[in-house]
Design a binder for this molecule. Sequence first.
Ligand code: NAI
Length: 332
Amino acid sequence: MKIIFFSAKPYDRSFFNKHNGQFGFELEFFDTHLGPHIVHAITAADAVCVFVNDKVNAEVIRVLAEKGIKVIALRCAGFNNVDLEAAQRYGLKVCRVPAYSPEAVAEHALAMILTLNRKTHKAYNRVREQNFSLNGLLGFNLHGKTVGVIGTGNIGKAFCRIMTGVGCRVLGHDLTEDQELKDTGVVYKPREEVLRQSDIISLHCPLTEETHNLINRDTIVQMKKGVMLINTSRGKLIHTADAIEALKTGQIGYLGIDVYEQEEKLFFKDLSESIIDDDTIQRLMSFPNVLVTAHQAFFTAEALNEIALTTFENIRQLLSGRDVSHKGALLC
Ligand code: NAI
């Protein structure tokens, strides 16, 4: 049984090859994104394995079905880039890795908060140049601050636990409340209240029609002046132009993003010798109080092991007509 991988990086090859011994699939890796530009070129296979920026729209799915592909396996948790309705129409199964390491993403959100707050990136460079001055490095205690968490699923829950441990007051907002979190002191509030009361806001909900541009001019004005905003979820949760305006006025005091609405043209590539024609990301990167990382929150050894194992297991079960045993992995 053959799986074709798209957007495959050296670490994908390494972790999937490492675990394939126990599954025995035939693997083919392509660096390129899956999208209408390439789908006609693929040869016969049983499954395709895609990542966050592959474009799996109705047209792509129609061609995949014509080529006899039976399974679209996402090696990630988010699935906003796959047209599930079209997959269902063409009879393709779609699976994902729902919770490979929520801690990996939650810990990265904490890393972003600490970097923005305590400016360790600046301190590192300064000290190496024998500049031992503290001017400009002033931070604030996290202990006692109010942290708002939008989306308290797998990752949001891990993040709530971390922030509770640091001594923060944690406010949550979700469509459903998590009793375990409430028992540990997390208080659920309507979204407006979370935005209004929080010193730090971290986004952990999926990208849906409802959450698209959730952070925009109207919601930003509801926040505390100087708020710290963290997004490790999906770029389109934030209206970037509105965030830039709010950074200019100081309404947003710190912005940490691991995801960006136009990221598919940039992230996961070395563009250090290129001219970047995206003025929005260039403007964002010019602010001293903005930290951009290139969709690396998931990127730990534990997560990559789990992603490879769960993806193989999902594909094996689906191709042999069995139920998918990982809870929440089957999307259609
Ligand atoms: P999850 O499905 O376990 O949790 C998402 C939560 O958001 C659910 O509890 C859901 O009820 C809630 N939610 C949905 N709509 C909402 C709304 N309108 N308002 C408030 N809450 C809402 O998903 P998980 O695993 O926690 O992942 C969250 C997101 O993180 C994914 O959708 C993905 O976009 C992103 N992600 C980013 C990674 C990275 O490397 N930066 C890696 C993995 C996931």
